[in-house]
Design a protein around this ligand. Sequence first.
Ligand code: PCA
Length: 229
Amino acid sequence: MQAAHNTSMSTPTATTSPPTVLLTGFDPFGGDSLNPSWLAVETLQGRRIAGHKVVAAQLPTVFGSSLVELARLLREHRPTLVICVGQAGGRAAISLERIAINVNDARIADNAAAQPVDTPVVAGGPAAYFTTLPIKAMLLALQGEGIPAEVSQTAGTFVCNHVFYGLMHHLSTRRGFKRTRGGFVHVPWLPEQGQPSMTTDELVRGLRLLIATALATPEDIAQGAGAIS
Ligand code: PCA
């Protein structure tokens, strides 16, 4: 019998930090006093999931500066996985966003009183980017645990889509991010904000499962989830 050749045994671990998952939420906007995306995300700060360390950070609900802050976080943490999370009032399930589009079109002002209409997120950038998260595997994982979930074909045209597009543009064009996967997830209101809603506990459970599933699924599965129209 041959002895197993295990190179990881001889790799020094004292100075190497675990790979990082960057998880972001937003501050409250549009007159709300809380944002479930941040309340759920912040509970996961510093948690270990599948050998990765979670870094939780809040982004401002502001066109432009949200992306400046996201770029800083990406430079600082060099994550292997990025999931940006935002509130989508009126939705009844955790929405796994498929596509980010190159347009800002705000119906309300952002938290810095800006309200861009029909401007590009990135001038000259491609019309859209697809998520690089395994959203079908994530959908099945959530549904398997009885957590309401759906694939969404639009993240809107406000700050969430802006951040989603900016994230995907950064990952696909900047050096050093070729192997970083990322995407966007919308969450419903909390019960105190209105209906339909999900509780913070359920959102946290869902986010943990999304991270674990993404880390365990290098290639997404083929599973139909599209609407018939
Ligand atoms: N939701 C908004 C921006 C911040 C948030 O949590 C959106 O869906 O664009």
